[in-house]
Design a protein around this ligand. Sequence first.
Ligand SMILES: *Cc1c(COP(=O)(O)O)cnc(C)c1O
Length: 362
Amino acid sequence: MSYKLFIPGPIAVSAKTMEAMTSAPIGHRSPDFVALYQSVQPGLQQLFGTADPVFLSTSSAWGIMEGALRNVSSKRVLNCMNGAFSDKWHDVANRNGIPATPLQFEWGEPVDPAAVRTELATGQYDAITVIHNETSCGCMTDIAAVMEVVREFPEVISLVDTVSSFSVLNIPKDELGIDIMITGSQKALAMPPGLSLCAVSQRAFNRAKAAANRGYYFDLLEFLKNHEKGMTPSTPNIPLIYALRSKLEDIFAEGPAERYARHARLNAKVRTTIKAQGFELLPEEAFGSLSLNCFKNTRNLDLPALNKSLKAEHNLVIDGGYGKLKGKAFRISNMGDETDETIAEMLDAVIATMAKTPVLAA
Ligand SMILES: *Cc1c(COP(=O)(O)O)cnc(C)c1O
């Protein structure tokens, strides 16, 4: 059975990207690999808005999210928390024995720059974690405003998760002063899961040198040493790097600006269409994500029944609410390769199916 994913990751993967993964195997210490690795760097640096190296990690994003923290924080990290992924990052700091303070906001509220300033001004911190786009509740923080505050504190290394916003809109890493910017393959890049990408500043490398317990697999200095030879520290997922090369061709053929405009347009289309069906956006409108829309289940529809019909009758699935929002909210992705046509078709199917979905007793 095959059906199309409109959940906010993993998302649909094009036939071209799948085909790219079938290239013949090469050795990861061969000149062919070095050529492949180096071929993706300029495009990645352009998309990250950085002159820093962009590392490719054979792991999901959490590998780098955890590993990077171990590289740069030993004193205390401030974890900005406004949804499931950012809440989890605090848990991950705790599990690693890194002193960590939660800066908690409601799910669906953005990170407040003024609250960040108040905390950082205490002088306790050597690092901060922020999730740009909280996928769990469809909330996008104004990362430029947060980074403006973080830059006031040069001793604080910034770790910014752009897992579900990278390539949806321009996030100029160097201009914003982000030290470690992290993304993953299976969200807006529309690749299969299993590869994460991160760009790392010299400030972060300097900090890592002093970190006694940074481990091996996610040691940023190991990544740097190998990067200088056009390689990764251990055997990478080479098929996914072929997929990445193919995807970068697509992105630059379309043009980054056109890609960003397409995401904004499709996102607005989903938002207005579903709101017209009597649903409210979960986050405040101004902080609604451009990658996906998270709606409150205002009509109290039986979301599992809705998804079952969507899958059986239209070969597509949306998301029925993440974590504590399960059944209470639903999410629709507009990331990756979607077009005006595919989004319109999906919306027609969703609206028709909603009309015959049972309403749950209050
Ligand atoms: C999906 C997601 C993650 C986790 O990514 P994995 O690849 O599953 O490790 C982290 N942060 C955000 C914002 C995400 O959307």
